[in-house]
Write a protein that binds this ligand. Structure first.
Ligand SMILES: [Zn+2]
Length: 482
């Protein structure tokens, strides 16, 4: 079997909590449950007790419309909830209130797309649908799902508003899946509907198959990096089976991040198994065109628009612009610094390479690193003036990020008052020589006349040029002229 000619099809199903909501999807219970003990943020509705009735959270619907619009979807003119039936301990009603596309009901939005950049290419990933649904409770396994002797249940999460965003199988590699998820996270962050960094707020089911073979779904992956790793693992596993003439089972698997493997959980259930039907407690509601239009026209600047603006306003190429923009805090940092520093490309380069690397290295979040835009601009200016070499910039940068040191006082205290950057001094020496051809002629015939040229360089740099290095550069240039 020539497996390398087979297409890989990857589709993603993303569950994202709308963490910016203050209450759950169908009851007034507070949604900010993470810091409280298990089973404290609950009420009769989200515990599914008899006689209770759900009331839909209006803000959740508005957020869903905003997300749908930002994903270029068609928004439905009605809101219909269905019951998705299954038994699981995390689901006290034995059904989940969700949405579904079928006769008489529909998802809140469908047929959208997201533009991604992967491997230097632009690609369109189609969005099949966006659903609103409630999160089940949380099952806590002691150790891990495979070895836990028992499981605990926490209903704090039960009834939290979730969006389910489903793509078409348009991604052809784990890298493209990662690029899609990074873009989606950025869009959600720009919209201000969720903080995807909150624990458990962003979960992914990934399905993957070789064209013509069985499709495997990997459930509940907790981070973008793990999605990429799990898919990479599955490609190798499925390839082996196909090459040995075997059959890839249609099944659901679990990703074990610590072991770096997927393990079989169960054979895949089919959609009809869930017996979807409209929820009689939540009659269909009309979604006014004017409401949809109002939300649509109030959308903030989204990543694609900001990338386009960065290329226009700052002259950055699309690659640099998108690395900045996909990290919203970094793009904000860049724009603050760009107000007081105009070599935008140099600024962008420092931010998307060493700066970002050190932030990750120290495991800092945008809230707790110490560098301000002013710190970075001061560093760049000292670099521009040749007082700091590239090497020194790279040495000082992590200290600015971690401890917020002021580069000017640091430079003064460390005695970096001399300009020692060779390429910078070379430029100055060349300028001086061009401006004083007679002095150059003198120096060519009389070695002592070099001192006059050194003096001119000192004058030009306000006395900061390192005389020894300056002398060496002048001698080099003179001997190249001779
Ligand atoms: Zn409740």
């Amino acid at each position: 079997m020539l497996i390398n000619n087979l297409n890989i099809l990857i589709g993603l199903e993303v569950h994202t909590q709308l963490t910016k909501l203050r209450s759950k999807l169908f009851c007034p219970t507070p949604a900010d449950y993470r810091k409280s003990p298990p089973n404290t943020y609950v009420c009769p509705i989200c515990l599914g007790l008899p006689g209770t009735l759900p009331v839909v959270n209006k803000k959740a619907v508005e957020y869903a419309i905003a997300v749908a619009k930002a994903l270029n979807c068609e928004v439905s003119d009605k809101l219909v909830f269905v019951r998705k039936h299954y038994f699981y301990p995390d689901l006290p009603k034995n059904y989940q209130i969700s949405q579904y596309i079928g006769p008489g009901f529909t998802a809140i939005a469908r047929n959208g797309y997201v533009k991604i950049y992967a491997d230097g290419k632009v690609k369109i990933i189609r969005i099949r649908r966006v659903n609103i649904e409630e999160d089940p409770g949380r099952i806590v396994y002691v150790g891990s799902i495979e070895i836990s002797p028992y499981s605990l249940i926490d209903y704090n999460r039960s009834g939290i508003a979730l969006l389910e965003i489903v793509t078409e199988p348009d991604m052809a590699s784990p890298k493209e899946a990662r690029a899609f998820l990074e873009k989606l996270i950025a869009i959600l962050e720009y919209l201000g509907v969720t903080d995807p960094r909150e624990e458990g707020a962003f979960r992914v089911d990934a399905n993957i198959s070789f064209e013509g073979f069985g499709r495997v779904e990997i459930k509940n992956i907790g981070s973008v990096k793990d999605v990429e790793k799990a898919l990479t693992y599955e490609i190798i596993r499925q390839k082996k089976i196909i090459e040995q003439g075997g059959k890839v089972e249609r099944e659901t698997r679990h990703w074990n991040p610590s072991k770096g493997v997927t393990v079989s959980l169960r054979s895949k259930e089919y959609e009809e198994d869930y017996r979807y039907f409209p929820d009689p407690d939540l009659p269909p509601m009309k979604l006014d065109k004017s409401l949809i239009e109002r939300i649509s026209s109030a959308l903030p600047e989204l990543p694609d628009n900001r990338i386009a603006r960065f290329t226009m306003q700052y002259g950055l190429d699309e690659y640099r612009a998108s690395v900045l923009v996909l990290n919203k805090w970094l793009a904000d940092f860049f724009e603050d610094a760009a107000k007081i520093y105009s070599n935008y490309k140099k600024l962008a380069d420092l931010l998307i390479t060493d700066f970002l690397r050190w932030i990750n290295e120290y495991n800092l979040s945008p809230e707790n690193f110490k560098a301000t835009p002013l710190h970075i601009v001061k560093l760049l200016k000292l670099w521009d003036e040749g007082i700091l070499s590239v090497k020194m910039v790279k040495e000082i940068l992590p200290q600015i990020i971690k401890d917020g040191i002021d580069v000017e006082s640091y430079v003064a205290a460390s005695g970096y008052v001399k300009i020692i950057d060779k390429s910078y001094l070379h430029k100055i020496v060349e300028e001086v020589m061009k401006e004083h051809p007679k002095a150059v002629q003198d120096a060519l015939s009389n070695p002592k006349a070099i001192n006059y040229l050194i003096g001119l360089v000192m004058k030009k740099t306000g006395g900061k040029a390192d005389p020894q290095i300056t002398k060496e550069i002048i001698q080099e240039i003179l001997s190249s002229i001779r």
